[in-house]
Design a protein around this ligand. Sequence first.
Ligand SMILES: NC(=O)c1ccc[n+]([C@@H]2O[C@H](COP(=O)([O-])OP(=O)(O)OC[C@H]3O[C@@H](n4cnc5c(N)ncnc54)[C@H](O)[C@@H]3O)[C@@H](O)[C@H]2O)c1
Length: 379
Amino acid sequence: MPKKIRLGILGGGGDSLIGVLHRVASHINDNYEIVGAVFNPVYEENIGFAKEIDVPTDRIYKDFDAFIEGEMKLPKEERIQVCSVQTPNFLHFPMAKKLLDNGFHVICEKPMTTTLEEAKILQEAHKKAGTIFALTHTYTGYPMVRQMREMIKSGALGKIHKVDARYYQGWINTIIHDKEKRSSVWRLDPEKAGISSCMGDIGVHAFNLVEYTTGLQVKSLLCDFNYLYEDNKMDVDGTVLVRMGDHVKGVIRGSQVATGEENGLAIAIYGEKASFRWEQEKPNFLYKQSDTEPTQVYKPGHAYNSELSLNGTKLPPGHPEGIFDSMANIYLGAARAIRGEQYNDGEFPTMLDGVRGMNFIEATVESHKGGNVWVEMES
Ligand SMILES: NC(=O)c1ccc[n+]([C@@H]2O[C@H](COP(=O)([O-])OP(=O)(O)OC[C@H]3O[C@@H](n4cnc5c(N)ncnc54)[C@H](O)[C@@H]3O)[C@@H](O)[C@H]2O)c1
């Protein structure tokens, strides 16, 4: 067993939503050890949380600048190798940039930055650094999503002609209808979230899944947002028509006010020979449908699955694995890359996915604000 990779964490404190997912995921395949962090901007809470989860406090820094300074003073064989950025969106860019500039590998939450311009600057910094950059579009780690990608690549659907992805949640309902509350959460504050709430937070996952599974790129789009209230600055619902080619079209739908919906990410890809349907809330079932044969259901862990898919399961078929395992698969791919081992390019989303995601988010806003017009994406 090679030595564990020294992992640093930024954000993801005890008060966060996503921190526990990253911490558990980083441990699942025994590749990483958390050796330093800034879990929280309030030092007492930061230290308190480190003690609570038993991370040694000697490398719990008061803030990000102290983190970089402290780590750069250490000999390379002791220094943190990869840092996982789990803060609110506006901190991803400054943190990831400085990490790359100082030679760290980076695992970063989505959306990668708050603007396309920042994303391109980060891309340049990454080229110069030559280190590994993994973007945690968590859902690409599910074995059945990977299976879809591999089967589409090998022609199971024939030529694709229609995509339909949706990411519906309802949680903002509890906030948005109250004037006071809707100005208090960072996801509805453009200074902290970036220019979009719904598309930036969840629509971008659906977009990523469409490009990840089909291997095609969205070329142009037309978007219609709903802000729900005149004083709300951020989209909380949106429908996006997408064109991926002259005869490849579809729709990406996102909502944070889809009452009663929990984490309703779903995708359907239709081709000339067959189609795939997959839902995040039932991630271990991949449906393949055709006009001529009965529906087939693919499940994880069976030998009929692709190597990339099988790589993402740890137990025999019938032992349900879920979101923690999906994130763990991204950490596993990143670990292989960091160690210089061979890996499949479907094992983790990259800098390019981050740039594409920011391009998508900005294009949706431009389309809506321009009067629901078609906007070209960069190729
Ligand atoms: N991949 C996914 O499926 C997924 C799911 C949820 C959230 N996210 C992303 O993860 C990120 C965090 O989301 P969340 O819901 O956990 O947010 P959150 O508000 O629940 O938690 C943010 C954490 O960052 C900490 N933090 C804030 N400022 C900091 C600073 N200057 N230095 C260090 N720590 C700081 C906070 O104390 C908190 O612990 C967002 O970018 C979000 O888009 C991704």
